[in-house]
Design a protein around this ligand. Structure first.
Ligand code: DX5
Ligand code: ZN
Length: 219
């Protein structure tokens, strides 16, 4: 079964509670935290994520695109978020951090920018709950899906299957009804979609369509 996690980056930030209600049939809400250092964009921080956690009808999938992640990620786990994913490029001690997140009751995810190879991290799979292969350069919604990431998704899938570890394989960036099939065929199981859901006239229907295509392709 595929999971569809809409990203509120493309939602109306002045009406988050109403925007969250539109995706009550999704598997989780993807919350993009950006600090204008790790990426050239600035979104929301801890107090807003805490409130989202209080009002969201679905669990939180927090994606941290911040530089000082060793310092801040545990605080996001403390909000009650179901998962906290950080970029390996930003962490000085990723194993310590995933263990800390899990100790605080959150699932732990490791994210890779498009130019970051997956191979150096394959030995860490047993420590992880989720691996995020970015399919755009992080920072903005609405960018085109990078098909050049498909081989990395395939390699990650076969490594996860070979390891026997229960690691979800997430893709984020440019996921739409046009691109989700190839990502699912390559082995992704969790799909983040911002503009494809929130720019649709019927976000719940968009979630349903994405899930249907992914389930069919992923088999
Ligand atoms: C981009 C964010 C994504 C973004 C995806 O850096 O991590 O989660 O919201 O947006 P779309 O689906 O429009 O590419
Ligand atoms: Zn994201």
């Amino acid at each position: 079964m595929s999971a569809i996690n809409p990203s509120i980056l493309s939602a109306d930030f002045a009406n988050l509670e109403a925007e969250l209600a539109k995706i009550a049939t999704a598997d989780a809400v993807h919350v993009d935290v950006m600090d204008n250092h790790f990426v050239p964009n600035l979104t929301i921080g801890l107090p807003v994520v805490q409130r989202i956690q209080e009002v969201s009808p679905v669990p939180l999938d927090v994606h941290l695109m911040i530089t000082d992640v060793d310092r801040w990620a545990p605080e996001y786990a403390d909000t009650g978020a179901a998962s906290v994913t950080f970029h390996v490029e930003a962490s000085a001690a990723p194993i310590r951090l995933v263990r800390e997140l899990r100790a605080r009751g959150s699932r732990a995810g490791l994210a890779l920018r498009p130019a970051t190879p997956v191979e150096p991290y394959l030995d860490l799979l047993a420590e992880l709950d989720l691996l995020l292969v970015m399919t755009v350069e992080p920072g903005f919604g609405g960018q085109p899906f990078l098909e050049t990431m498909l081989p990395k998704i395939r390699r990650a899938r076969s490594a996860i299957d070979g390891s026997g570890a229960a690691v979800a394989l997430q893709v984020d960036g440019g996921v739409s009804v046009e691109t989700i099939e190839q990502a699912a065929e390559a082995g992704a199981t969790v799909f983040v979609a911002g503009s494809a859901v929130y720019n649709s006239p019927d976000p719940a229907e968009a979630v349903q369509m994405l899930r249907q295509i992914a389930d069919h392709a992923g088999g």
